[in-house]
Design a binder for this molecule. Structure first.
Ligand SMILES: [Zn+2]
Length: 384
């Protein structure tokens, strides 16, 4: 039997995805300047005369999202945003979140949450059978737990007991943004209780001197990574592509090799997020170490039509059972929808070509699609 991208696209379109790393959608109106700022990872003003719509993600929004708002393909940005404003944020969020075909959103609530739908709000906007669960950002937990008048030696226990409470309340995983706070070049071995208390004491005195409440100490970051490992639920780690708080060469996941090895006996899954442009390094680590999994979320949105290539690279040495789907959408709900559309399209095309060439059977391709899109994440996060 000859099968190809079209057959797989049908399987993919019917597949209720698990989006294992995603943020809330903005529930406020967005003018052109604000919308343009949400479709770039840069926190800088654009270069003179440059629009963020002139990019893979911008073109992909005008191609794939415009029809959801009843427009033709490829409208101008102004036509698109006028229609978006006419519908209003509630209707726009409902259309994109319900249209994504996602059954489970695992929501990182840790970044700029004020104007975003919360965990329940994401599920409500998607409607139907869609559910959402929280992923606990470890740095956020530490920043909530800290009080400058607390005994530094009780800081670690406070963080651990807060995490336990969040997991008991329904959270299904943890996340570290050590990439943004100090990079992966730190000593990631498990710090002693004394070292954590000393680091907490230093942090408290910095805050008393006026420093913002923001963990960035290497010992505290190592403590948070191990807190995630000890929780025995998947530990997500931001890797690669991100805003200007990181230095790209310091967030190559191969720098985490010692940590991965030391954490291996725990059996806690380490989920490498995004990974671009290090998806090949991530595939290698997932290949070697049983506790490593990865995704190419965010890269799929930002590479638009070129996401075929990113997805193809994720299917090189990366074992199929070690990959999961995420959109890493943050901000406009277009990104929650687009992540799913582009991922389905890329997988249908890449795997479909291998089927058409006779290299893969269509049954194997369908099995891999379900494995990556749903089954592996559902098993790791304990979703029913
Ligand atoms: Zn994210």
């Amino acid at each position: 039997m000859n099968a190809g991208p079209a057959d797989l696209q049908d399987t993919l379109d019917a597949l209720p995805l698990v989006d294992h790393h995603v943020h809330g959608a903005l529930r406020v109106p967005l003018d052109r300047a604000r919308f343009e700022r949400t479709i770039t990872e840069s926190d800088r003003a654009p270069a003179p005369g440059v629009s963020t719509f002139d990019s893979q993600i911008g073109f992909a929004i005008l191609r794939w999202c415009a029809p959801v708002l009843d427009l033709g393909r490829h409208p101008s940005p102004d036509e698109y945003l006028a229609r978006r404003a006419e519908l209003g944020p509630g209707e726009v969020n409902r259309r994109f979140l319900s249209g994504a075909g996602v059954d489970w959103f695992l929501v990182d609530t840790g970044f700029a949450a004020d104007e975003l739908l919360d965990v329940g709000g994401v599920a409500d906007a998607a409607g139907g059978s869609t559910q959402a669960r929280e992923i606990v950002r470890l740095e956020g937990l530490a920043e909530e737990a800290v009080r400058v008048d607390m005994d530094p030696s009780s800081f670690a226990d406070e963080v651990v007991s807060r995490l336990r409470a969040r997991l008991e309340a329904g959270a299904v995983g943890t996340k570290s943004v050590v990439a943004y706070r100090c990079g992966f070049g730190i000593d990631t071995s498990r710090p002693s209780e004394t070292a954590v208390a000393d680091a907490a004491r230093r942090w408290f005195s910095e805050m008393e001197a006026g420093a913002p409440v923001r963990v960035s100490d290497a010992v505290l970051e190592a403590f948070l990574l191990w807190t995630g490992i000890d929780a025995r639920v998947p530990l997500q780690i931001h890797v690669g592509f991100g805003d200007s708080d990181l230095r790209l060469h310091e967030v190559n996941p191969s720098l985490l090799t010692d940590f991965i090895k030391e954490a291996e006996p725990s059996g806690t899954p380490i989920m490498l997020l995004h990974c671009y442009p290090y998806q090949r390094e991530a595939g290698y680590l997932a290949h070697i170490y049983p506790n490593v999994y990865f995704d190419v979320g965010v890269a799929v949105n930002y590479t638009g039509t070129q996401s075929l290539q990113v997805v193809a690279e994720s299917f090189e040495v990366g074992p199929f059972g070690k990959q999961v789907y995420s959109s890493d959408a943050w901000g406009p709900a277009e990104l929650h929808y687009l992540g799913a559309v582009l991922w389905r399209r890329a997988v249908a095309s890449v795997l479909g070509d291998w089927v058409a060439a006779g290299d893969w059977s269509v049954d194997d391709a369908r099995r891999v699609v379900r494995m990556v899109g749903v089954d592996t994440a559902a098993r790791l996060y304990g979703l029913p």
